[in-house]
Design a protein around this ligand. Structure first.
Ligand SMILES: [Zn+2]
Length: 180
């Protein structure tokens, strides 16, 4: 069940990611590689909106789309833009532990009550909102989701390298994922 692969030296990086922006990201964030200077984005990073995560990367290194659960299904035009206009050739999808987009149904009442209390919504509208959108944003399991999302993106953008990673909020490090 443990599909996480720690990256504590550059040899730990999968061969297919060596000498690519994906490998560089892992070196900057996990291995403290000194930050190079860039004038152009090298990759697109898709990561959760969660506030507990911060990447150590150089300026100009990456486009970043932050969306709940690192779910890019509803950000396709932005992904296409990064590829077509930004000319990035790699996408890194970063799921994370303790993601709030897992088991949304458990937070149903809190979500609805929060909208009523904090935003001034009516109970009915808040309920309808949750019922309509929660299934679209539920990711099930962080690792499974990011692996399936990577597969989807590889089919959608066949010439683009797509790498699924996991950010462990407990140690703030990125992990490679075993794909099978
Ligand atoms: Zn999250």
């Amino acid at each position: 069940m443990n599909r996480l692969i720690a990256v504590s030296s550059s040899e730990d990086i999968f061969p297919e990611y060596q000498n690519t922006p994906v490998g560089l990201l892992l070196e900057y964030h996990n291995l403290n590689r000194s930050l190079d200077s860039y004038t152009k984005a090298q990759l697109l990073i898709g990561m959760c909106m969660d506030n507990r995560k911060h990447l150590r990367i150089p300026d100009n290194f990456a486009f970043i789309i932050r969306a709940g659960g690192a779910n890019l299904r509803y950000s396709e035009f932005k992904v296409s833009y990064a590829i077509a206009i930004g000319e990035v050739k790699s996408i890194v999808l970063i799921g994370h532990t303790q993601c709030g987009m897992v088991n949304l149904v458990a937070r149903r009442d809190q979500f609805i009550q929060g909208l009523v209390d904090q935003a001034g919504w009516s109970q009915d509208l808040a309920e309808e909102h949750f019922i309509h959108f929660a299934p679209l944003f539920e990711i099930g399991n962080e690792v499974d989701f990011v692996l399936s999302e990577a597969k989807r993106l590889r089919l959608r953008y066949p010439k683009i390298q797509v790498a699924p990673l996991l950010y462990q909020v407990e140690d703030n490090l990125l992990y490679l994922l075993k794909e099978s």
